[in-house]
Design a protein around this ligand. Structure first.
Ligand SMILES: Nc1ncnc2c1ncn2[C@@H]1O[C@H](COP(=O)(O)OP(=O)(O)OP(=O)(O)O)[C@@H](O)[C@H]1O
Ligand SMILES: [Mg+2]
Length: 288
């Protein structure tokens, strides 16, 4: 059964009490809706000459259609955790379930967007976006209008015949997201998808990502280093400790949706969440 994190780090004094609800008083009973993602007591050690204990008893759940972000110091196991949920990395202890079934390998219901795009340099944007869907044997009659719509939504119209090197960094990331969205995944795992982009492009893509999510409502688990990005996008932010990574805090983000940057940034709670998460991250970075 999912348990709240009893071994959480002490909170900084400045922490607004309201947002601690999710962690401090999480009910002991099962949530009303079965989680889309459930990670329970997961352990991961990379064996070898230089053994690394990456994850220690990680617990987290993500509800269907929820947008959850993970923050944590570099090297604490965030990418490892995402790869485990995606069925790409084996783990030693605990259990991972997606849609209440144990994860035994990659599955079509899960789409993964990595920091560096998966696009093939010799294919055009359109062919790259269609590639995964074609490999899965999806019907071109269905796929074609969907790809047209995605190209429009992602602001890539007119660039279908371009090759990846002819795109800006932001466009490449949008195309990489399109590649995954073309597969209609119910669950979207994203590992710092906008990490390499400048702040302005990143802000714009965050707004686009929210717009797409508000329409398609996938379940999203996003790894990011940006506290502002996590607060702006998420229903809930999960904070991990330094390695071996554990979940040490969960903060419910009670900001209204749909979210527009100007409105959200002028909401006093936005600043409070950022201050609270910055203080928490400071604790872990100082100890790291
Ligand atoms: N394939 C691997 N073999 C051995 N060790 C690994 C492997 N992948 C990751 N590790 C180790 O596991 C730990 C966690 O790595 P991971 O990439 O998950 O961290 P992260 O939280 O995503 O860091 P960052 O924020 O820098 O991306 C690190 O110490 C890393 O060296
Ligand atoms: Mg990583």
């Amino acid at each position: 059964m999912y348990k709240p994190h009893k071994d959480s780090m002490p909170m900084p004094a400045s922490s607004p009490a309201a947002s601690l609800r999710a962690c401090a008083s999480a009910p002991e009973s099962e949530p009303a809706t079965a989680p889309a993602i459930a990670v329970r007591q997961v352990l991961k050690t990379f064996a070898g000459k230089h053994e690394v204990k990456a994850l220690e008893a990680v617990d987290l759940t993500v509800a269907p259609h929820e947008f959850v972000s993970i923050l944590g110091p570099s090297g604490c196991g965030k990418s490892t955790l995402l790869r485990i949920v995606a069925g790409l990395t084996p783990y030693q202890g605990g259990e991972v379930q997606v849609n209440q079934r144990p994860v035994k390998g990659p599955s079509p219901e899960i789409g993964v967007v990595f920091q560096s795009s998966n696009m093939l340099p010799w294919l055009t944007v359109a062919d790259n976006m269609a590639l995964g869907a074609k490999l899965r044997g999806l019907d071109m009659q269905v796929l074609h209008p969907k790809l047209e719509q995605l190209t429009e939504t992602l602001g890539l119209k007119g660039f279908e015949k371009h090759h990846p090197h002819q795109l800006s960094g932001g466009m490449r990331q949008r195309a990489a997201i399109g590649q995954i969205l073309a597969l209609d995944p119910q669950i979207l795992l994203m590992d710092e998808p906008f990490g390499a982009l400048d702040a302005l492009t990143r802000d714009r893509l965050n707004v686009e990502l929210l717009r797409i999510w508000q329409t398609l409502r996938q379940t999203v688990l996003l790894v990011t280093h940006s506290i502002a990005e996590a607060v702006f996008l998420s229903d809930r932010v999960i904070v991990m400790s330094g390695r071996p990574g554990r979940v040490v805090q969960e903060i419910q983000i009670d900001l209204p949706r749909p979210r527009q940057p100007e409105e959200i940034k002028s909401d006093p709670r936005y600043g409070e969440y950022i201050a609270e998460l910055s203080a928490l991250m400071g604790v872990f970075n100082d100890r790291h």
